[in-house]
Every structure is written in structure tokens, then in C-alpha cells.
Design a protein around this ligand. Structure first.
Ligand SMILES: Nc1ncnc2c1ncn2[C@@H]1O[C@H](COP(=O)(O)OP(=O)(O)OP(=O)(O)O)[C@@H](O)[C@H]1O
Length: 302
């Protein structure tokens, strides 16, 4: 269990993180989302003892990271994949890490295979690795101690689509076996496919938090047709409440099957029928990641 409680971190006059609270439970993947400079890395660094909170706490299993006995056996951390020693081979990096952690050398081969670096890639110098290979090596190092918790900062950076798909499977499997995963990203869609819980940060503050279902699932069914008035009448006649949706759409308070049946019974025409929702968080996210880099912080119901 990861618990971030009223965490605030200042760097001089710069308030990097302000009163951030959330928790991550075993068996789940939590996506920690926010635009560049939002405070994700600072929060993760405070969690693993690399930044000292100005106030508040960040704990794992109720203890500060630096108070955990042999922390690497309990928490796998990947913060900066580029930080590996460029002159060592991938295998050497892991062999040294295994010595420090006190795990057997057979674990090195095991994790190399698990991240797809077994064989020739493991014998290459890290300086010659692509960013995607460095991410895989960083993940191998995080998994080496067979931890129950993973803390990963932008782990999909540099991975190609196959690599991203592979990583999702790995993280999902880790959580399904009871592990706790906290991963940061600045891309909503990247974590949506794997996370159960989402925490959105902007300008150092939490702006949305909840299960993926709550934040993206939305409620009701979005419908659109060539004649909005006819469509609305058909739904109301069937006893289905209707409110205006995005653009010229309508959001009906019923599941897609009931909505489709009501519309068919009235002989009305549909051009779109789908579960409503997601627009709120999408919209918030878009407004937080303007192309000009400006940020607007909005409070949304969490
Ligand atoms: N060591 C530091 N000294 C001064 N300011 C810092 C330091 N580290 C981070 N900051 C500032 O704190 C804020 C949050 O930065 P942080 O790196 O946590 O954001 P982030 O969400 O991880 O961004 P990115 O997606 O770009 O990595 C930024 O304004 C950043 O400039």
C-alpha cells in the first residue's frame, strides 16, 4: 500500500507539489497523470526518499522508503532510465544490482528474459542502447528484487507500440498477482489501457482522482440522429430521461440496448449510439496540456 498524505514540496520559491494526497492498493495499477512540470516526478521522488517533503508524508506499507529494510526487495523503482552507467553492459548493470540486493545471479537471466533483453542485447553496452532498451533494462532492475510494489516514472517513454503493449501486459500481470503499481505519464490514453485508478495532477495540485470507471466511464448513452427533436421525443415516450450532450448529441439515462430499442420502436433514425462519458476528463486533460504549454487548473468532482 502506497500512501501519499498532504505532501507538499517547495524548491525555494517554487512550489512543486502542494497538499497532494492519494493511495494505491495491492492488486491495482494507479496511473499518475499530468502535463510536463505538473509535479509527478517530485511526488515519486519524495515517495522513494530522493526528495525530502517540505510537509506531509509519502509511505509504502506505512514506512518511509528509506526506513524499509532492503528496500529494493520490497519496492522496484524506475525513475530515470537514462541514469544507467553507459560503459557497462545490460547484464553487468543487473549483476551488480543483484549483488547489492542480495539476490541470486539466476534472477538476472530471469528478468533479462522477462523484459526481452536476453541474449545479444544483454551483452551490449548501455551507451549503445536505444531509449526503449534503457526503459526495459530499468524495468528489469526494478523487478530484480521480486518486489511487491513498483514505482515507475514515464516507463513507456521511448517504447514503440509493441513495447507499450508488452509493458501493459507486464504491469497488469504484476497487479493481478497482488502487486501495487504506481506509474506516471503525461499521456492519458497511454495509461488508460492499463490503470484501474487515475490520479491527475496539474500545477502541483490534484485536480481529479478516482477509478477509471468513475472518471472515464461516464453515465448514460450518447445518441445522435438527423432529427434531434424526433429522437428526444422517442426517448421521452419510452420513459428515458434526456439531457443535452456534446455538440448536437443527447445523453440518455439508460444503457445503449434500452436506448436503441426505444429509438427503433419509434421508427426514428440514429447516426451515433455509444456509452457517454470520458469527455470531462479528456477535456480537462486537453485544457491542461495546451500546445503553448500554458496550464489551467480546474477542480472537477473526484
Ligand atoms: N530540483 C528542483 N529544483 C527546482 N525546481 C524543481 C526541481 N525539481 C522540480 N522542480 C520544479 O517543480 C515543478 C514540478 O516538476 P516535476 O519534475 O515534478 O514535474 P513532472 O510532472 O514530473 O514533469 P515532467 O512530465 O516534465 O517530468 C516544475 O515546475 C519543476 O520546474
Amino acid at each position: 500500500m502506497i500512501t501519499i498524505d498532504s505532501l507538499t514540496k517547495r524548491y525555494g520559491a517554487q512550489l512543486a507539489v502542494s497538499d497532494v494526497s492519494f493511495s494505491c492498493t495491492p492488486g491495482t495499477v494507479t496511473g499518475f497523470l499530468g502535463p510536463n512540470g505538473a509535479g509527478k516526478s517530485t511526488t515519486l521522488r519524495a515517495l522513494v526518499g530522493l526528495a525530502t517533503p517540505t510537509s506531509g508524508t509519502a509511505t509504502i506499507g506505512g514506512r518511509a522508503y528509506r526506513d524499509l529494510p532492503n528496500a529494493g526487495r520490497q519496492v522496484g523503482v524506475l525513475l530515470d532510465a537514462g541514469a544507467q552507467h553507459a560503459g557497462r553492459t545490460g547484464r553487468e548493470v543487473l549483476t551488480l544490482a543483484a549483488l547489492v540486493l542480495g539476490v541470486g545471479q539466476e534472477r538476472v537471466d530471469e528478468v533479462l528474459g522477462r523484459v526481452g533483453l536476453a541474449g545479444k542485447p544483454a551483452a551490449k553496452r548501455v551507451g549503445n542502447y536505444s531509449l526503449g532498451m534503457k526503459q526495459r533494462l530499468g524495468l528489469a532492475a526494478a523487478l530484480l528484487g521480486d518486489p511487491q510494489v513498483l514505482v515507475l516514472d514515464e516507463p513507456a517513454n521511448g517504447l514503440d507500440p509493441d513495447g507499450i503493449f508488452w509493458m501493459r501486459g507486464l504491469l497488469r500481470g504484476f497487479a493481478d498477482r497482488g502487486g501495487t503499481v504506481l506509474l506516471s505519464s503525461h499521456l492519458l490514453r497511454e495509461v488508460e489501457a492499463v490503470a484501474d485508478q487515475l490520479v491527475v495532477i496539474a500545477g502541483g495540485r490534484i485536480v481529479a482522482r478516482g477509478s477509471k470507471q468513475e472518471l472515464l466511464g461516464g453515465r448514460g448513452t450518447l445518441v445522435r440522429g438527423p432529427d434531434r427533436v424526433v429522437l428526444e421525443r422517442a426517448l421521452r415516450t419510452a420513459g428515458i430521461a434526456v439531457v443535452p450532450g456534446e455538440g448536437d448529441g443527447l445523453v440518455a439515462d439508460a444503457d445503449p440496448l434500452a436506448v436503441g430499442q426505444a429509438v427503433a420502436a419509434a421508427g426514428a433514425v440514429l447516426t451515433e449510439l455509444r456509452p457517454a462519458g470520458g469527455e470531462g476528463l479528456e477535456e480537462l486533460f486537453r485544457s491542461l496540456t495546451h500546445a503553448d504549454g500554458s496550464q489551467q487548473v480546474q477542480e472537477v468532482a473526484a
